[in-house]
Ligand binder design. Structure first.
Ligand SMILES: O=C(CO)[C@@H](O)[C@H](O)COP(=O)(O)O
Length: 238
């Protein structure tokens, strides 16, 4: 009989990594209301936990927010641990309603270590319009390497949203996708990078919207976008 796996069946090194991820994901959720990216319980953050002894990723897990729990009540202990097929492995609460989307993204993009979903106002307004955010700011070239793409309309409940995220982001350098009529999903090497992408996505969505009210924003030459992206991704910072 197929034994129901539990976290206890993983080595201590993995359980230690899961505990660290619980703390990081709980802490990072505070950034979403702090940057006014969510209202009530909307939005969610997750982080992949790579199995230290199985390099092919097949035994990775991820830690995600519990569904519908107030941000004020989120703690490391309330976070939910899931397998890459989106099944609950450990947790007292039901996982986020977007768990399938996060799981599909981790399963099909092994380089992704963090996923974030928000309903931030300006990015979601662009998602409602069904239009890519054009790359007219150096900050967009830096962080997104080009336009922020629109993804397909997909209804929550199966892996449709995840499929749309992966299909869109595989064709773009952007770590953000605006799922049509829904809102932004972002990815990163870890959850903190995905949260940063969500913050920057909302910032440029607002600025480009304002620019369009003032006139016609001027596109940036693609070679300049490449140069800006390479610098920011490989030189900027410490
Ligand atoms: O977009 C949706 C629902 O359409 C979700 O992202 C909710 O806004 C947050 O759900 P939980 O993570 O609390 O289940």
């Amino acid at each position: 009989m197929n034994q129901q796996r539990t976290l206890e069946s993983y080595p201590q090194s993995m359980r230690d990594e899961v505990q660290r991820a619980r703390q990081e994901v709980a802490d990072l959720h505070a950034e979403l209301p702090r940057y006014e990216l969510v209202v009530w319980t909307a939005g969610n953050v997750s982080q992949r936990v790579r199995h230290p002894e199985v390099a092919d990723g097949s035994q990775d897990l991820f830690v995600i927010k519990p569904s519908g729990v107030s941000y004020d009540d989120l703690t490391p202990e309330s976070m939910v641990v899931c397998t890459l097929d989106g099944q609950l492995l450990e947790g007292e609460h039901a996982p986020s309603s977007d768990t399938a989307a996060h799981a599909y993204t981790y399963e099909h993009m092994p380089e992704v270590g963090g996923v974030v979903h928000t309903h931030s106002t300006y990015a979601t307004a662009w998602a409602a319009r069904g239009e890519d955010i054009p790359c007219v700011l150096t900050m967009m070239a830096d962080e997104f390497g080009g336009p922020i793409p629109i993804g397909p309309f997909a209804i929550i409940g199966d892996d449709s949203i995840g499929r749309g995220i992966v299909a869109t982001l595989r064709e773009s350098r952007s770590p953000a996708v605006l799922m049509a009529n829904h809102g932004p999903f972002t990815i990163g090497k870890d959850a903190r990078a995905a949260v940063k992408a969500a913050v920057m996505c909302e910032e440029v969505a607002r600025t480009v919207h304002i620019a369009q009210q003032l006139g016609d924003p001027q596109p940036i030459d693609p070679t300049k976008i490449d140069s800006l992206y390479e610098r920011y991704q490989n030189v900027y910072g410490q």
